[in-house]
Design a protein around this ligand. Structure first.
Ligand code: GDP
Length: 478
């Protein structure tokens, strides 16, 4: 942080203990500086090494970012298709793909990979990334310019593209990674359907080759950070960056994702109108991956069973005994769901009957989109606002498999109660359980030992990479 002077009016706590650079003006991104007022103090502090690496990343980004001299020079190589010379800047280009929760997790993963490999992260704005996040890096944009030469191919890039890394390995006669011809760009297919060759991305030997490629173009829908922690070449650096492994997404998320002023308006208006005055704020994130239209009574039963069992919500008194309401505590419950039925049921329940504790329970749901619409801008802004509002609650209940919930828990620094996946259309017992850590789950990790070249249970190699609570084959940091 020594390279930047801190303007008056930016006390350290506003900058999240030094996580944020003080060089971005307050008006262009109100949330960057105002968010501390909505959150409890961080239970964890970023390491001084993380802080210094972020400041040096910012310097690199400023030097290599879009339209800089170095950018133009590296771009010339890409256009000419010549063998890459050693260039002073290299890039990870992140292609916009999948739902917003997924995109937030993959952006954080791509940024960490960029940090580890001294690359610059550039973001494909796609059709739906605008007006969600403030520019995270000072002075130079993180958005890829619209005239980027490969832009037209982004959506058609797949495992059969000639520049796809997995395909390059399959095509090379010798199958020897060291014999691959260096190229000016390589497409990395890290989507859940990726194959054994694509997964070699997670092997050190293959990283040696990729290091020589100036443009890595990445498409992914997974939080792949846990597997980076299993790579010997990144081990020491990751240890220094994150002495507490549970905080990886928490800090990267707090560093990268600041709602734009329009989204911040959605968040703060809702917060002050419905949540701020309650004694306790409870978040319940409902996301259902079962087939069939829903809503489902068994899901409502499961949520209530979880909330009562874990003392998150009071039971109701069906005999309707009037209890005194003066001086009683209030709970504001923020429900997020595509469907409005669950919260309507809960709201009626706490209106029609008193709670056994006398607590007053208000149920609030900002939107109900009915079905997933990721291509519409206002829907994305609302989805982002809702993830953020959930992160401002005191206690959180999330749904299995949902990246929407992972984002909320990570940003909030919260360890939620996770609703276990229903089996055969009925509520599981127990209905929910605590999570080991606030980290997101990597849903499609590789199970491969790069050295021994055999399959291995990657969730059983080191104590800090475990299988997830909500997905037995997933991996998460603890
Ligand atoms: P995931 O599918 O639960 O892992 O979460 P994603 O965010 O990646 O994709 C789901 C998409 O559906 C979101 O981006 C939203 O567009 C929409 N969606 C799902 N649940 C909600 C919700 O509770 N509120 C809103 N506003 N949108 C939701």
């Amino acid at each position: 942080s020594e390279g930047f002077s801190k303007p008056a009016g930016f006390p350290q706590h506003k900058l999240l203990g030094g996580l944020l650079a003080a060089t971005v003006s307050e008006e262009t991104c109100l949330s960057r500086y105002q968010s501390v007022a909505y959150r409890k103090e961080l239970p964890h502090k970023p390491s001084s090494y993380l802080i210094s690496r972020l400041r040096s990343y910012e310097i690199l980004h400023k030097k290599c970012g879009p339209r800089t001299e170095s950018y133009n020079k590296t771009l010339e190589q890409l256009k000419s298709g010549h063998q890459p010379e050693l260039s002073d800047c290299s890039y990870v280009v992140w292609i916009s793909f999948s739902g917003l929760g997924n995109r937030i997790l993959t952006l954080a993963s791509a940024f960490l990979y960029a940090l580890l490999t001294n690359r610059v992260l550039l973001v494909d704005p796609g059709v739906d990334m605008v007006d969600l996040f403030c520019e995270p890096f000072p002075e130079v944009s993180w958005f890829l310019p619209l005239d980027f030469p490969l832009k037209g191919q982004f959506y058609s890039f797949n495992q059969s593209s000639p520049s796809c890394y997995g395909r390059m390995l399959k095509d090379s006669i010798s199958k020897n990674v060291n014999r691959l011809k260096p190229a000016s760009h390589v497409y990395l297919h890290l989507i859940h359907d990726y194959d054994d060759q694509d997964k070699l991305f997670f092997c050190d030997e293959n990283q040696d080759f990729l290091q020589k490629i100036p443009w890595l173009i990445m498409k992914t829908d997974n939080y792949f950070v846990p597997s980076l922690f299993l790579m010997p070449s990144f081990e020491q650096e990751l240890k220094n960056l994150f002495p507490n492994k549970e905080t990886v997404f928490h800090f990267l998320g707090r560093y990268l994702f600041h709602p734009t002023n329009s989204v911040w308006g959605l968040i703060t208006r809702y917060y002050h109108a419905y949540l701020a005055k309650a004694n306790e704020k409870v978040g319940i994130q409902i996301r259902i991956f079962d087939s069939g239209a829903g809503p489902f009574q068994y899901v409502l039963d499961q949520i209530l069973a979880c909330a009562v069992k874990e003392n998150l919500l009071p039971e109701i008194n069906r005999e309707d005994l009037i209890t005194s309401q003066s001086g009683t505590k209030s709970k504001a419950v923020l429900v997020t769901s595509l469907n409005s039925w669950y919260s309507q049921k809960m709201r009626s329940m706490y209106w029609e009957h008193p709670s056994t504790t006398g607590e007053l329970v208000g149920i609030y749901q900002p939107s109900h989109e009915e079905y997933q619409q990721t291509e519409k801008q206002i829907n994305n802004r609302k989805a982002w606002a809702e993830m953020y509002l959930l992160s401002l609650t005191d206690v959180l209940v999330t749904s299995s498999w949902s990246t929407f919930g992972y984002v909320a828990q990570g940003l909030g620094g919260l360890k939620p109660w996770i609703l276990y996946k229903p089996v055969n259309q009925s509520a599981p017992d127990p209905p929910c359980g605590p999570v080991m850590s606030m980290e997101p789950c990597f849903h499609a990790p590789p199970f491969y030992d790069c050295k021994a070249r055999i399959g291995v249970d990657t969730g059983a190699l080191v104590p800090h990479v475990q299988h997830c609570e909500d997905m037995s084959w997933g991996l998460k940091l603890v």
